[in-house]
Design a protein around this ligand. Sequence first.
Ligand SMILES: NC(=O)C1=CN([C@@H]2O[C@H](COP(=O)(O)OP(=O)(O)OC[C@H]3O[C@@H](n4cnc5c(N)ncnc54)[C@H](OP(=O)(O)O)[C@@H]3O)[C@@H](O)[C@H]2O)C=CC1
Ligand SMILES: O=C(CO)COP(=O)(O)O
Length: 336
Amino acid sequence: MKQKIAVLGAGSWGTALAMVLVENGHDVTIWGNKETQINEINEKHTNTHYLKEITLPTELVATINLEEAIKDADAVLFVVPTKAMRDVSKQFNEVCQNKPIVIHASKGLEQDTHKRITEVLEEEISPSHREAIVVLSGPSHAEEVAVKDVTTITAASSSMEAAEYVQKLFSNDYFRVYTNSDVIGVEMGAALKNIIALGSGALKGLGYGDNARAAIMTRGLAEISRLGVAMGANPLTFIGLSGVGDLAVTCASEHSRNFRAGYLLGKGNSLDDVLDNMGMIVEGVYTTKAAYELAQERQIEMPITEAIYDVIYNDKDVSSTVKNIMLREHKSEQEL
Ligand SMILES: NC(=O)C1=CN([C@@H]2O[C@H](COP(=O)(O)OP(=O)(O)OC[C@H]3O[C@@H](n4cnc5c(N)ncnc54)[C@H](OP(=O)(O)O)[C@@H]3O)[C@@H](O)[C@H]2O)C=CC1
Ligand SMILES: O=C(CO)COP(=O)(O)O
């Protein structure tokens, strides 16, 4: 049945997901905070800064008016960067007049509180303005979804009914959605893989090859799982789409902003220059700090995250950081 859906966040991922929803016959409004960009979407049917060379469907309507975007929506998809999530959900709560299904497709942990996005949404949106919350996450670059490349993804929720609703909303012959009940595992895998992708990019920038990439992905997965399980995740989730699947796509793709940022750091660029030139969110930079602090609090060993934290926040040299991590005390692969 045709649904009315608001997409909050007019960046790369919000736009690509809105395109999937329009393709599936839904009535979709995308909300953003820049008038020029909103006019571009409505008048030229492009969103050039975020999705180059893509023509958007003419049915996709954009607005800067949040109240108008969410009016009578059956579902609202939050897809702004993690650092904007609390503010946008507060704004939503103030103007919402009904009770939609809340979906989010962002990947990160909140600075300072170290909270998952679902926790932020639960805190800021009154239960009278939301049905169940569903996380949409998995290996999915916006650039590929926008050209209808085959993609698989997970819809996770404590409500299986809501997860199945989202599965039905988005699924088609190029976008296949699985359900999952492990919200913590899905959100932790999604957030933490960006840190490892920064490291994978840095190794490439330094000139290391495929062995190094396999090493960081495998040992990265080990530490993602350690922290995730400590936070209450099911370990099996980390071998699924939002675990190894998203880790693989982000650590090995030039589409990934996290991989590209790491690559430029490995090439000797400063973090400020890298972020200034990216023009899009690099979530891993912020999640590194949150995960580092969380790991310290919980006494979880995360050597790759610690190394990346040192490079980003303590100005440590990337090349010697790699050597130091290789020369750590020897251990068994089976150690938890
Ligand atoms: N791109 C991808 O392939 C994928 C991204 N994701 C995740 O989706 C989330 C969003 O990423 P993505 O779309 O790529 O990011 P982009 O950087 O492409 O776009 C983010 C958008 O959010 C807007 N925004 C930022 N702050 C606010 C705010 N306070 N109010 C309203 N709008 C705001 C930005 O506007 P402005 O330009 O003005 O800052 C921009 O339009 C991230 O967590 C990312 O990890 C997940 C899967 C795939
Ligand atoms: O999450 C993503 C793919 O699944 C996108 O990764 P980046 O944010 O690194 O581009």
